[in-house]
Design a protein around this ligand. Structure first.
Ligand code: IMP
Ligand code: MG
Length: 177
């Protein structure tokens, strides 16, 4: 099968929207320090672009959880591949994700992080596919784009670990060769 990627959200649209989110987050955290937790690997591109636009003092840490492998549908099994380096106790934590699909990954992660007693815990995602949600209680505080139920790649998102480096969000389709 041949993989064909078509542009869904172009670079300019992404940058403009992330400008707005960066300003909003900077206002909401005025007078505070934000501790950004990037969910690897998909969240890296978005987190970096967002962090550049946040004007309050900022620290960052990285975590890797997995529920997918190379499959396109959720396994329902979430495991920590890499835990945080620093404690989040008493910190104003902002979790930055690439996409919320079934919500299983975030539901698990938010429950785990809440137990570590942050001062506050908010969630920021590049993409949200609300039609696919199977888990209740994943409150999204900041979402750059809500999209339809399409499998997307680029800007951190992968298909079989490829395409993360695309500077745009694209829809992937599969054609007979
Ligand atoms: P959830 O647990 O079903 O919400 O899955 C979240 C994770 O699945 C994301 O962090 C992605 O790694 C992956 N994922 C879900 N939808 C897509 C997609 O359209 N493209 C690439 N990865 C996706
Ligand atoms: Mg992810």
């Amino acid at each position: 099968m041949k993989e064909v990627v078509s542009v869904m959200i172009d670079e300019k649209t992404l940058a403009d929207r992330i400008d707005v989110l960066g300003r909003q987050i900077s206002e909401d955290y005025a007078g505070k320090q934000v501790h950004v937790i990037c969910v690897l690997k998909g969240g890296v591109a978005f987190m970096w672009e967002l962090a550049k636009r946040i004007t309050v003092p900022l620290t960052m840490d990285f975590m890797s959880v997995s529920s997918y492998g190379n499959e396109k549908s959720s396994s329902g099994i979430v495991r920590i591949v890499k835990d945080l380096d620093q404690s989040i106790e008493g910190k104003d934590v902002l979790v930055v994700e690439d996409i919320i699909d079934s919500g299983r990954t975030l539901s698990y992660l938010l429950e785990l992080l809440t137990k570590r007693k942050p001062a506050s815990l908010k969630l920021c995602t590049l993409l949200d596919k609300p039609d696919r949600r199977v888990v209740e209680g994943v409150d999204v505080d900041y979402c750059a784009f809500t999209i339809e139920d399409k499998f997307v790649v680029g800007y951190g998102l992968d298909y079989a670990q490829r395409y993360r480096n695309l500077p745009y969000v694209g829809e992937i389709s599969f054609e007979e060769e």
